[in-house]
Design a protein around this ligand. Structure first.
Ligand code: PLP
Length: 403
């Protein structure tokens, strides 16, 4: 019997996002495995000396060494690119490796960067402390004030950098407007899209040139592995990222790539449920006025940039921020009373997580600068997970009573 003629499969980009996340990027070995192969190998054997030479010349397709590329990592990159609608993606060992490579890959001594003040602590370290050591100047601006972005641009400005919603204040920055200002100044725009996730906001469609992720957050989403990803046009990745990553070596482990490939299959389900839980948590906390001074959640009408959030996002996200009465003491009492919600510093996880930014993720920033960023001593960041909402609300009720 002869094999039935093979149908030409539809291009992945013509399938809908949830389908791409289950099937996108899959490369099967000769065994036809259903679950993506885990190629836990440092390198690859060549059939001949000629083939080795050709691989290094780039004239023969195939892998050489896992710092340069690996089939499991390549599947993860391809699936991320399909999710983001990006031409190209490169995986990194962590989110911070993605941010560092995106900055150092683009910049040279004498260049200038404009960044929003409201950045994750380590991102702020990169632009404020690290880049100046290499002769690169940074100007920090209030991201919500477009006039400041415009005024900060100089002839040597090479890139603008922001995150939105910001960590932890959940400030929303107008990505399309900042992209326009960056391009008019001859600069690129890089967006750290961790808080929004690729499902709720598409910076490339809003005009950004590059998107970076800590895949440690929602992409793994189950608190297991660290990872990062850089996405953009083929030209951007080739010009600024490809060789920098190959030579400097912050490569993603094939094992972590495999874990996250499997996680991507369930990302839409997890994020949708976490968003539903976060909305309910935000509304509940806003009613607890005896213990909670203020709740920030982009989908609530009382969020200062609610209209902008509705314009550039398709959901309010999985993180709720609250200012507890009584400053640090009040915040600590609230956290210490929790039973279901864990005290930790990841976010986007299946498990709900409470963080006190002033004493953990943003501790490095001196108090006056922290307060200027809107991070008070009573501020708590709550990453809402997949638990039953009734258990979460009961836990939060107990915490409010303890304040
Ligand atoms: C907004 C943001 N960017 C970058 C990072 C860094 O990611 P990683 O911890 O994977 O290096 C984090 C981590 O918390 C983050 O919240």
């Amino acid at each position: 019997m002869t094999d039935a003629p093979k149908k030409t499969p539809k291009p992945m980009k013509d399938l809908r996002p949830a389908t791409r996340l289950v099937h996108g990027g899959t490369m099967r070995s000769q065994f036809g495995e259903m679950s993506e192969g885990l190629f836990l190998t440092q390198g690859f054997a060549y059939d001949s000396m000629e083939q080795a030479e050709a691989r290094f010349l780039g004239t023969s397709p195939g892998f050489q060494y896992s710092r340069f590329g690996n089939p499991t990592v390549a599947m993860f990159e391809q699936r991320m690119a399909l999710l983001e609608g990006a031409e190209a993606a490169r995986a990194t060992a962590t989110g911070m490796a993605a941010v560092t490579a995106t900055m150092l890959g683009q910049l040279r001594a004498g260049d200038h960067v404009v960044a929003a003040k409201a950045l994750f602590g380590s991102c702020r370290f990169i632009v404020e402390d690290l880049l100046p050591l290499y002769g690169i100047e940074t100007t920090l601006v209030d991201g919500f004030d477009l006039a400041q972005w415009e005024a900060a641009a100089r002839p040597n400005t090479k890139t603008f950098f922001l995150e939105s919603p910001t960590n932890p204040q959940l400030e929303i920055i107008d990505i399309a407007a900042v992209a326009e200002i960056a391009h008019a100044a001859g600069a690129t725009l890089v967006v750290d899209n961790v808080f929004a996730t690729p499902l709720l906001q598409s910076p490339l469609k809003l005009g950004a040139d590059c998107v970076v992720y800590s895949a440690t957050k929602h992409v793994d989403g189950q608190g297991r592995v660290l990872g990062g990803c850089i996405l953009g046009s083929e030209e951007f990745i080739q010009k600024h990222i490809h060789n920098f990553l190959r030579q400097t070596g912050p490569a993603l482990s094939p094992f972590n790539a495999w874990v996250m490939l499997k996680s991507l299959e369930t990302l839409p389900l997890r994020v949708a449920q976490q968003v539903r839980n976060a909305e309910a948590v935000a509304d509940f906390l806003a009613e607890q006025t005896g213990a909670v001074e203020r709740v920030l959640y982009p989908w609530r009408k009382d969020h200062p940039q609610h209209e902008l959030a509705k314009r550039q996002m398709t959901g309010g996200g999985t993180v709720v921020v609250l200012d507890v009465r009584g400053g640090k003491e009040g915040a600590f009492r609230f956290g210490n009373a929790l039973e279901v919600i864990k005290i930790s510093n990841n976010l986007g996880d299946a498990k709900s997580i409470l963080t006190h930014p002033a004493t953990t993720t943003h501790q490095r920033i001196p108090r006056p600068a922290r307060e200027a960023m809107g991070i008070g001593e009573g501020m708590l960041r709550l990453s809402v997970g997949l638990e039953d909402i009734a258990d979460l609300l009961e836990d939060l009720k107990g915490a409010c009573a303890a304040v």
